[in-house]
Design a protein around this ligand. Structure first.
Ligand SMILES: [Cu+2]
Length: 378
């Protein structure tokens, strides 16, 4: 290195250190896994690499025709308390892709035996690691957890994800476990538009099956929270009521009502005496309403049955059983509408070249009265 290039390099380092300057990525360290941990388990404390304040213990699974899914998630609010169960099982039960002309109509999980794509070095980026041949784990900064003028705290999460090779299409299945107890569920649609139908619009419907066992399978209550407002009044309010009046039922997401589900454990309270809970908060750009009956409503809640796993059949699972006192399963559809555009690709000598960039849909599960104060706050 010449004397001149040395000073230039030093200048670059100094500029990079300035606030607001482009930063090189700093990878957050993963928690050391317990020596006796089963291979499908991942433990991660937050803040990553710092003195533990909160932590997750999760298990995952993957299978041909099913992709990547979560088989258990446990969270602790402090390092000294035992983990509290949040999820028993959560997954995409199916991915439905109907094309506007009426055909084709693909069930990309139950209609095929699609496999996950082996993880590549591109998938890993600079901070990812392989959980196994098909699954990436990444611990990352997710910008601000909270701000209060000059004070603030950066937020972190662990994501685990894999890519389903759905023929011409790829689906990224991603689960995020955040430092504040939130779990994010994301389906990303990408890759080649359907050969022969490259310019035909269609939806990608993420059909989620969520079996929460909050504090265990018992005493879970599924509620509906609705915001009530009127153009004829300054006043607004909210109402929280049992899903389906306590029985298996369906529910529509209404944008004016900010519809969300609350799952609480009626027998476990936080330090303030409030039942611990989690909110299911939708992330969606529209509501699919296809010919198929399952798509006529956005949420369904049923009593857990080992053999009730097919989303297409959910309307037949709703048969008047009481949700109260039983282990409930929530079914939720989130969707993206894909109108092909030039950014998806183009024909070159009659051969399609190019891929659709990732389109995301999903939902979050966010703690409600699970903590008894602002998490991760002094
Ligand atoms: Cu598409």
């Amino acid at each position: 290195m010449t004397f001149k290039s040395y000073w230039f390099s030093l200048l670059l380092v100094l500029v990079a250190a300035l606030p607001g300057a482009a930063q090189t990525t700093t990878c957050l360290p993963a928690t050391t896994q317990p020596a006796d941990a089963p291979p499908d388990q991942v433990v991660q404390d937050f803040p990553a690499g710092g003195k533990a304040e909160t932590g997750w213990k999760i298990t995952y699974g993957r299978a041909v025709g099913k992709g990547l899914y979560i088989t258990g998630a446990y969270f602790r609010r402090t390092p000294s308390e035992p983990y509290t169960q949040v999820l028993y099982d959560a997954r995409l039960a199916d991915i439905f892709a109907p094309y506007d002309p009426g055909t084709p109509r693909y069930y990309d999980l139950t209609g095929f035996n699609f496999r996950l794509v082996p993880v590549s070095s591109v998938d890993l980026g600079s901070c990812g690691s392989k959980l196994d041949r098909y699954v990436v784990k990444e611990i990352r900064d997710r910008e601000m957890l909270w701000k209060d003028d000059k004070q603030g705290r950066r937020a972190q999460e662990m994501t685990i994800w894999g890519t389903l090779d759905a023929s011409n299409y790829n689906y990224i299945m991603r689960y995020g476990f955040q430092d504040d107890g939130t779990i994010t569920f994301r389906l990303g649609a990408t890759a080649y538009n359907l050969p022969g139908h490259e310019l035909v619009a269609h939806t990608h419907d993420g059909l989620w099956k969520i079996d929460m066992d909050l504090g265990g399978a018992k005493n879970n209550l599924v509620q509906v929270a609705r915001h009530l407002q009127s153009k004829d009044s300054f006043e607004a309010s909210y109402v929280i009521s049992p899903f389906g009046d306590g029985y298996e039922d369906y529910l529509d997401w209404l944008p004016e009502e900010y519809t969300e589900l609350h799952v609480i454990n009626t027998s476990i309270v936080n330090a303030n005496g409030n039942p611990i809970g989690y909110d299911l908060k939708p992330m969606r750009s529209g509501s699919p309403r296809h010919f198929e009956a399952f798509s006529h409503h956005d949420f369904w809640a049923t009593v857990y049955k080992e053999n009730e796993i097919i989303y297409d059949q959910v309307p037949t699972y709703v048969n008047g059983e009481s949700l109260s006192g039983n282990d409930s399963v929530i079914w939720y559809q989130s969707s993206v509408y894909h109108i092909p555009h030039d950014e998806d690709g183009r024909y070159v000598n009659n051969v399609w070249q190019g891929v659709a960039l990732v389109m995301w849909t999903g939902f979050d599960l966010r703690p409600r009265n699970f903590f008894s104060k602002t998490p991760l706050y002094p």
